[in-house]
Design a protein around this ligand. Structure first.
Ligand code: SAM
Length: 320
């Protein structure tokens, strides 16, 4: 497709929506449909091989050419087509499945990470999903209803205008920030490839810097929530300007200092995943170990970046 050979290296990923289906049942179902539990690239299985992912639970891998548009489980919301790397942020945020958990997904549409969070929370607690664009908000609403997410409160608003001291929002303990980015990690995004060709280097630089300032503002806003313990920031960009540089600036910010935020240790951020942040792009190169990167194609995913800020706890009591 579009001459991008990297696409043929990326399996078709299907995340089992554990709110309405178990992985065991999904595996049985696919076997009954003629698939064989082996590997997505198993030549003997005639493109019908599939497997469970080694890093992300409830994620299945199929051959890249498999289409699920007419599949009964897909239509019923029992599987969600979501790239592996895009499952990393909710996995790292890992909000507990309790009635007291309160989470914000600050930039939610189309909602794959929102439904993933809702599944990890087992539909318990409260998940506030913000989306400022009305059309994308409508898609989000539809996707979450299809996925049977019941603990989500949808808000069609700009996250930057939210009041961290609001009665409900002030109780939030976990924030997922997956803001707009250049999308440069997405394999086969024809629009991006065309854009890249047409754009001069200085135009591209300016666009990336604008995105980076916005991304930094979003993190700093997240850090103002009084009870937040964990913030995951992710992009589908391969540019250090939007990734390591934004993280470095966020760590130096007044918000991080006042809130006592630091990067989570490598052991808390997908320790089994080998590709880490770029040490040459961050002031303290040791911090790169706490960051996760995915190389488009090479890692059998799209290009991606994940970071996780945590508050150095002084006390476990909520701030009222
Ligand atoms: N997390 C989503 C998922 O996995 O399906 C993808 C999010 S997409 C990268 C970024 C989204 O953030 C876009 O839908 C965009 O309209 C929205 N957005 C951008 N700025 C925002 C803001 N200040 N407040 C709320 N939403 C915003």
């Amino acid at each position: 497709l579009f001459g991008d050979t990297r696409a043929s290296q990326i399996p078709r990923y299907a995340r089992v929506n554990t709110l309405i289906c178990s992985t065991e049942i999904a595996v049985e179902y696919f076997v009954s449909q003629g698939f064989k539990l082996s590997s997505p690239f198993d030549e003997k299985s005639n493109n019908k091989g599939f497997s469970k992912d080694e890093h992300i639970s409830d994620l299945l891998l199929f051959h890249p050419q498999i289409s699920f548009q007419d599949d009964a489980f897909y239509k019923a919301g029992k599987i969600i087509l979501q790239d592996k790397a895009s499952c990393f942020p909710a996995t790292v945020l890992n909000p507990p499945a309790t009635k007291d958990t309160a989470v914000i997904d600050a930039t939610a549409a189309p909602g794959n990470k929102t439904s993933h969070l809702s599944a990890l929370m087992q539909n318990k607690g409260k998940l506030f999903a913000f989306e400022k664009d009305k059309r994308r908000f409508n898609t989000l609403e539809m996707m979450l209803s299809k996925a049977k997410c019941k603990n989500v409160k949808l808000v069609n608003a700009d996250f930057l205008t939210t009041d961290p001291l609001d009665r409900d929002l002030s109780m939030v303990t976990h924030i997922l920030l997956d803001p707009s980015c250049s999308g440069s990690g997405i394999v086969n995004r024809l629009d991006y490839l065309l854009e890249q060709e047409q754009e001069s280097e200085s135009d591209q630089g300016e666009r990336l810097h604008k995105l980076a300032s916005f991304q930094l503002l979003m993190i700093k806003h997240g850090m103002k929530f009084p009870n937040v313990k964990k913030i995951v920031y992710s992009t589908c960009s391969v540019h250090a300007i939007e990734n390591e540089h934004v993280v470095a600036e966020a760590l130096k910010s007044d918000e991080a200092k006042h809130g006592n935020f630091k990067l989570a240790t490598a052991s808390e951020v997908l320790p089994q995943w080998p590709r880490r942040g770029l040490p040459q792009e961050i002031d303290d190169p040791r911090l790169a170990q706490s960051l996760v990167r995915c190389m488009p194609g090479d890692d059998k995913t799209n290009g991606f970046f994940v970071s996780c800020f945590i508050r150095n706890e002084v006390s476990d009591e909520p701030v009222l």
